[in-house]
Design a protein around this ligand. Structure first.
Ligand code: UDP
Ligand code: MG
Length: 322
C-alpha cells in the first residue's frame, strides 16, 4: 500500500518508573509493528513524572526513532491522567493503549487490528486467568466486579484490561468525557461502540514492580462505583426509611406494652443498642455523602488533569485541552 495513504495507529504507553523494561518493551513492540504493513504505527510514550531514568530513555528512543513521541508530566498524576494525555495528543485514525511492562503482549496487536478490519470500533484484551496474582487480590477483584455490576448501569467486563485499540470516533467520545476523576474502565464502557473481546492469559511482569498498593486498589474500586452511580446514596435513603419504619413500630409496641399491659420497659441496654446502631448507620451515611461531595469538590475546582513539562510533539495540538 502507498506509504502516504496508510492509516495511522498511535500506540499510547503510560510509563511510571519503567527504566528496567522500556528498552525491552520497545524491542518487543517493534518486532510486531515491523510486520504491520497496512498501517503506519507511531508510539506516544507518556512519562508520568517518573523519578528514575524513564524520561532519559524516552528521549534517546525519540532521537533514534522518528516514530517515537513522548509527553512528560511535571509530577506523577496517575495512569488515568497518562492515558488521557496520550489520547488528547493522538492524531491517528486508530489508537492503541497499552502498559509498558509487557503485561500486555504486543503480539496481540495484529489480532486487534484484524478486529478493527472486521468492522468493530474497538478491540480489547480480556484477561482470562489471574495466574501469578495473589489470591486475595483476585478475590477482591471478583467482588469488585460483582458489586460494580449491581450498583452501576455500565457493564464492566470481568478481566477487561486497558489494553485496546479504538477508532478515532470512539477516542473522541472518550475525550468528550472530560471529568477530572477518570475511571477509564467505566468510561470505555459508558461511551458504547461495538467492542470485540480478545481473551489472553495473564502475563507476569518481567522486570520492575506493580505501582498498585492495596489501599490504592480500594480507592480505585470505590471511585469505580461513585463515578458512575448514585445507587449508594439511594441505598442510604432506603436504609433511613427502613430503620425509621421499625423504630416507629417499636415505639408503638413499647407504648402499648407500658400503657395497656402495664409492663415496665427494660432499661438502658435497648437504648444503648439503638444509639450505637443508629450512630453507625449515620456515620456510614455521612461517609457515603462525603464521597460524592469530594467528587463534586474535585470537579468544581476544574484543575487540569495533568501538567505537561516536556514533549517532542507539536504543542497546542492536544484536543479538548482545558
Ligand atoms: N503507570 C503510570 N502512572 C502511575 C502508575 C502506573 O503511568 O502512577 C503505568 C505503568 O508504568 C504501567 C501501567 O501504568 O505501564 C500499569 O501499571 P502497573 O504495572 O503498576 O499496574 P498493574 O499492571 O499491576 O495493574
Ligand atoms: Mg503491570
Amino acid at each position: 500500500m502507498d506509504k502516504l495513504t496508510r492509516k495511522v495507529i498511535d500506540i499510547i504507553v503510560p510509563c511510571y518508573n519503567e527504566e528496567d523494561v522500556l528498552d525491552m518493551f520497545y524491542t518487543e513492540l517493534t518486532k510486531v509493528t515491523d510486520t504491520i504493513t497496512d498501517y503506519e504505527c507511531r508510539c506516544i510514550f507518556v512519562d508520568d513524572g517518573s523519578r528514575d531514568r524513564t524520561l532519559e530513555i524516552l528521549r534517546r528512543l525519540a532521537k533514534d526513532h522518528n516514530n517515537v513521541k513522548y509527553i512528560s508530566f511535571s509530577r506523577n498524576f496517575g495512569k488515568e491522567a497518562g492515558m488521557y494525555a496520550g489520547l488528547q495528543h493522538s492524531t491517528g485514525d486508530y489508537v492503541i493503549i497499552m502498559d509498558a511492562d509487557l503485561q500486555h503482549p504486543p503480539t496481540m496487536i495484529p489480532d486487534m487490528i484484524a478486529g478493527i478490519n472486521e468492522g468493530y470500533d474497538c478491540c480489547a484484551a480480556q484477561r482470562t486467568s489471574r495466574k501469578g496474582e495473589a489470591p486475595i487480590r483476585s478475590f477482591f477483584s471478583r467482588m469488585f466486579y460483582r458489586l460494580n455490576r449491581k450498583m452501576t448501569n455500565i457493564d464492566l467486563v470481568q478481566g477487561a484490561v486497558d489494553f485496546r485499540i479504538m477508532s478515532r470516533q470512539m477516542v473522541d467520545a472518550v475525550l468528550a468525557l472530560s471529568e477530572r476523576q477518570r475511571f477509564s474502565k467505566g468510561i470505555f464502557s459508558w461511551v458504547g461502540f461495538k467492542t470485540k473481546w480478545l481473551p489472553y492469559e495473564n502475563v507476569e511482569r518481567p522486570l520492575g514492580q506493580t505501582k498498585w498498593s492495596f489501599t490504592g486498589l480500594l480507592k480505585y474500586a470505590v471511585d469505580g462505583i461513585t463515578c458512575f452511580s448514585i445507587t449508594p446514596l439511594r441505598l442510604v435513603t432506603g436504609l433511613g426509611f427502613f430503620i425509621s419504619f421499625f423504630a416507629f413500630i417499636y415505639i408503638i409496641f413499647t407504648l402499648v406494652q407500658t400503657f395497656i399491659f402495664g409492663i415496665d420497659t427494660p432499661g438502658y441496654v435497648t437504648t444503648l443498642c439503638a444509639i450505637l446502631f443508629l450512630g453507625g448507620i449515620v456515620e456510614i451515611s455521612i461517609g457515603i455523602l462525603g464521597e460524592y461531595i469530594a467528587h463534586i469538590y474535585m470537579e468544581v475546582k476544574g484543575r487540569p488533569i495533568y501538567v505537561l513539562k516536556d514533549t517532542n510533539l507539536p504543542l497546542g495540538g492536544a484536543k479538548n485541552n482545558e
